[in-house]
Design a protein around this ligand. Structure first.
Ligand code: FAD
Ligand code: NAD
Length: 466
């Protein structure tokens, strides 16, 4: 007799969300986590603390630069970094504590320790207090990811750091060098830029966020440049020399073929993350990983063993919390005999800079590459009444629709609260909607969402404002 219907290894957003859904469906569930707190990368050192600091630093920047435009004079503005970090830590504590409550409420047994597969139906949990073996009908591997390391830049936790340390610096760096102009580099670069650091981003490719739509990322690049963020593109870091309070980076200028140096006091390495499956027992069971370390799965998220599933950052696909969550839910539903399914065509992707960049579906480059005929409608936030009232008119919405059917293929928003605005496009695409559907839908006035409607009208060349 198996003690459990499902044992989940890893309590990140994929694991804990899957645990709740499985329990709701009447399964007996165990959740194993090696860290002291639940919530995984996202709650502890990812999505949540970064967004808390982005929000606080935005207030600091607004108090310094924007409030006076609204007629609000606040005198001299002082940064209390300790308070800002304390607020962030409290949010993390509240949310990770909330997961403990949710597990209790849903009668999920939580084990604190390292999980390892012994056989397709046995999982060992080891902790300081000893080892035990859980018998189970099914296993969900949800062990997530860890930061990528560069051979030329060794982390020392103080001068050469990862996103984890960049979320808890005790003082504002004078010059923060960010290696990698992707989402972490831009978000955490923005935090420290707003708090007063000089920030230089070194990116291997010729633009920021190279996998996102070029037109819209180029526009974000210009806006971030105006905020003071500096960029060096097409560079390859080859080494770092750390002395007392300084670090000198050596890099190859790929466009101009030369070695150059750059000095700063902190280097944040943000060149991607890699799946984590150390000591998980995969080799022993013959569960393969691809070249990049991801565990391949079929459309039901099964590994080579039909009762061992894998989800989230551990498997190929975008490394996003909401993608991990949907996969956790799908696995729980499949095990309970339902039709669990994830629609990978509609995974939204958000960069929480100011303005924010949010997108869903194809980029214009992808449509060209795949010879898919398309129409495009764009509309700027500049003439939008609400954007003017907020004082945030930078940005645009870009809608890509099929040339013949008008079906929505991709939506890209660069603007205030784009992260919330993209939800409308995700729903429309989930329902197979067209640009005309968006254009004919009521949008309250005055709201930022009217820009979405105007862009949808622009697909058919009938935007009302110009
Ligand atoms: P994880 O959250 O990584 O959780 C895996 C868990 O498994 C961990 O707690 C780990 O300790 C545990 N574990 C691993 N091995 C074992 C074992 N053998 N036994 C027991 N436990 C084990 N995504 C977004 O969608 N939006 C954002 O705004 C966002 N911001 C981010 C900001 C930063 C700075 C970072 C680093 C990431 C961010 N992400 C964001 C990405 C997001 O955090 C991940 O995509 C998400 O956490 C993946 O969820 P997961 O459940 O697959 O894995
Ligand atoms: P990323 O893949 O977003 O960006 C890495 C960047 O580094 C890329 O632009 C790449 O071209 C560049 N790069 C790679 N090697 C380089 C090198 N040697 N020198 C210079 N540049 C180099 O990765 P990330 O920013 O580290 O984020 C990791 C993951 O975490 C992402 O996959 C992302 O999905 C997730 N995340 C999501 C959010 C969010 O949803 N808002 C926020 C943070 C992190």
């Amino acid at each position: 007799m198996s003690a459990y219907d499902l044992v989940i290894i890893g309590a990140g957003p994929g694991g804990y969300t899957g645990a709740i859904r499985a329990a709701q469906l009447g399964l007996k569930v165990a959740l194993i986590e090696k860290e002291k707190t639940l919530g995984g990368t996202c709650l502890n050192v990812g999505c949540i603390p970064s967004k808390a600091l982005l929000e606080s630093s935005e207030h600091y920047a607004a108090a310094q630069h924007d409030l006076k435009n609204h007629g609000v004079e606040v005198g001299s503005v002082k940064l209390n970094l300790e308070q800002m970090m304390g607020r962030k830590d409290k949010i993390v504590k509240d949310l990770t504590g909330g997961i403990v409550f949710l597990m209790k409420k849903n009668k999920v047994d939580v084990y604190n320790g390292r999980g390892r597969l012994l056989s397709p139906t046995q999982v060992e949990v080891s902790s300081d207090t000893g080892k035990q073996v859980l018998e189970t009908k099914n296993v969900m591997l949800a062990t997530g990811s860890v930061v990528n390391t560069l051979p030329s830049l060794r982390f020392d936790g103080k001068t050469v750091i990862s996103s984890t340390e960049a979320l808890s610096l005790a003082k504002v760096p004078n010059h923060l060098i960010v290696v990698g102009g992707g989402v972490i580099g831009l978000e955490l670069g923005s935090v420290w830029l707003r708090l007063g650091a000089k920030v230089t981003v070194l990116e291997y490719m010729d633009r920021i966020c190279p996998i996102m739509d070029t037109q819209i990322t180029k526009r974000l690049q210009t806006i971030l440049g105006k905020q003071g963020m500096e960029f060096l593109f097409q560079v390859k870091v080859t080494g770092a020399k750390v002395s007392n309070s300084e670090v000198e980076i050596t890099y190859e200028d790929l466009a101009n073929q030369g070695q150059k140096t750059l000095s700063g006091d902190v280097v944040l390495v943000a060149t991607g993350r890699k799946p984590y499956s150390e000591q998980l027992g995969l080799e022993e069971l013959g569960i393969e990983r691809d070249q990049r370390g991801f565990v391949p799965v079929n459309e039901k998220l099964q590994t080579k063993y039909p009762n061992i599933y894998a989800i989230g950052d551990l498997i190929p696909g975008p490394m996003l919390a909401h993608k991990a969550e949907e996969e956790g839910v799908a696995v729980a539903e499949i095990i309970a005999g339902h039709a669990g399914h994830v629609n990978y065509e509609t995974v939204p992707n958000v960069v929480y800079t100011w303005p924010e960049l949010a997108s869903v579906g194809a980029t214009e480059e992808q449509l060209k590459e795949n010879a898919i005929p398309y129409k495009v409608g764009t509309f700027s936030f500049a003439p939008n009444g609400r954007a003017k009232a907020i004082g945030m008119t930078d940005g645009m919405v870009k809608i890509l629709a099929h040339a013949q059917t008008d079906r929505l293929l991709g939506v890209h928003v660069l603007g205030p609260r784009a992260s919330d605005m993209i939800a409308e496009a995700v729903v429309a695409m989930e329902f197979g909607g067209s640009a005309e559907d968006l254009a004919r839908t009521f949008h309250a006035h005055p709201t930022l969402s009217e820009v979405m409607r105007e862009a949808a009208l622009a697909v058919d060349k009938r935007a009302r404002q110009s």
